[in-house]
Design a protein around this ligand. Structure first.
Ligand code: FAD
Ligand code: DHB
Length: 389
């Protein structure tokens, strides 16, 4: 088999790239290790930057998102019982959109199917060959049969545990990592959200986040120990702990119910450089991870896709390789800023096991400065709504 671009990974990055390229007449094959149902069962991000929303529109998959998503003009930060708002719209002229990663992925799968896009599920032993030559190819097994696809380029969209990054030799690849000493325990419940806007809550007992998917579907997170497992937390224990971490007014209003999903995500900052090796390009979680505070994970994946998509279209349409030649540099410049923002917000709002009283005072002063200073709020707002592509 032959195609123009093999895309390894059928998560949001891979599907979006495939859909965008297809609409420009560029042929792709997506290789996904799991099934569609499995991918759609993963509850992850919920906040989209306007740049992401624009890309979904450009990909022709925004109909349901435009009808069902919620525009959020601001967010709430709380510290114990104190709280204040950050008004993105007033500070930056733009907003964010609440629309779950599950829905983004479902819309992309539906669009790919409707357009006859090629997605191979349940692929095993995916291996990228000769990526540093002009004739790369990818091998994999499906249903026990070994397959080979020859191609012009390979897009590694296979997440943090994928094979694409590992294909880049160690003497070329440099990795930067910070692992945080806690995780996030998240639940989804069919209850109305406690507040119209998201609440990022810092407290003596640790961080909590009140988020949502729609008016009867809430997503809540609490900072937890890395040694915890979701089974250690009954729904009742989760709700009790959440109430202790958010302002009393919201704790009283909180409507609880049975969880329909419960999972723990570890927190990590990670960047690999470069994001291109020969004809292989890394996109999204395959190249970088942020801690979820600030909702940048999915959004940084989208900016990579934006740069790679435009670079490939420029190449195929005009023969000019400038876009793909500068891909790694441009993507990384934006990613490091999102890494900084996510790291900063994580440090601002979480409790760390080795923190001293002095460290607590510094955190508190940082939050107080943010509360009182419009310029500081503007810095947060600009980063939260997304830096320009
Ligand atoms: P992925 O979504 O990881 O997709 C990669 C795909 O590649 C997967 O479908 C995988 O099955 C497939 N794959 C892997 N290896 C292979 C292989 N060898 N061959 C073929 N296919 C392969 N971000 C936020 O902004 N907010 C959040 O609340 C949030 N929560 C998260 C919770 C968890 C548990 C995790 C892991 C991430 C979370 N993120 C969150 C981050 C966000 O979900 C990711 O940034 C986003 O999924 C990145 O998309 P992606 O397509 O690059 O990677
Ligand atoms: C959600 C996750 C985040 O990490 C975040 O910062 C905001 C919202 C969510 O899942 O809704």
């Amino acid at each position: 088999m032959r195609t123009q671009v093999v895309i390894v990974g059928g998560g949001p990055s891979g599907l979006l790239l495939s859909q965008l390229l297809h609409r420009k007449g560029i042929d792709t094959v997506v290789l996904e290790r799991k099934t569609r149902e499995y991918v759609l069962g993963r509850i992850r991000a919920g906040i989209l930057e306007t740049g992401f929303v624009e890309l979904m529109r450009e990909a022709g998959v925004s109909k349901r998102m435009d009808a069902e998503s919620y525009v959020h003009d601001g967010t709430i930060i709380s510290y114990g019982d104190d709280k204040f708002g950050i008004n993105f719209k007033e500070l930056t002229g733009t907003s964010v959109v609440v629309y779950g990663q599950t829905e983004v992925t479902r819309d992309l799968y539906d669009a790919r199917e409707a357009m006859g896009g090629k997605i191979v599920f349940n692929t095993e032993n995916v291996s990228i060959h000769e990526a540093d030559t002009n004739a790369p190819y990818v091998t994999y097994t499906v249903d026990g049969d070994e397959q080979r696809i020859d191609c012009d380029y390979v897009a590694g969209c296979d997440g943090f545990h994928g094979v694409s990054r590992q294909t880049i030799p160690l003497d070329v690849r440099r990795e930067y990592e910070k692992v945080y000493p806690f995780g996030w325990l998240g639940i989804l419940s069919e209850t109305p959200p406690v507040n119209e806007e998201l609440i990022y809550a810092s407290s003596e007992r640790g961080f909590a986040l009140c988020s949502m998917r729609n008016e009867n579907l809430s997503r809540y997170y609490i900072q937890c120990s890395l040694s915890d497992s979701p089974e250690d937390w009954t729904d009742e224990a989760f709700w009790d702990e959440l109430k202790r971490r958010i302002p009393a007014e919201e704790a009283e209003k909180l409507i609880t119910g049975p969880s329909i999903e419960k999972s723990i995500a570890p927190l990590r900052s990670f960047v690999t450089e470069p994001m291109r090796w020969g004809r292989l390009f890394l996109c999204g979680d395959a190249a970088h991870i942020v801690p979820p505070t600030g909702a940048k994970g999915l959004n940084t994946a989208a900016s990579d896709i934006h740069y790679l998509y435009h670079g490939l279209v420029q190449l195929y349409e005009t023969g000019d390789s400038k876009g793909i030649d500068t891909y790694s540099e441009k993507a990384l410049a934006r990613i490091w800023k999102a890494e900084r923002f996510s790291w900063w917000m994580t440090n601002l709002l979480h409790r760390f096991p080795d923190q001293t009283e002095f460290d607590h005072k510094m955190q508190r002063a940082d939050v107080e400065f943010l509360r009182a200073n419009r310029d500081a709020q503007s810095v947060l707002a600009q980063n939260y709504v997304g830096l320009p592509y």
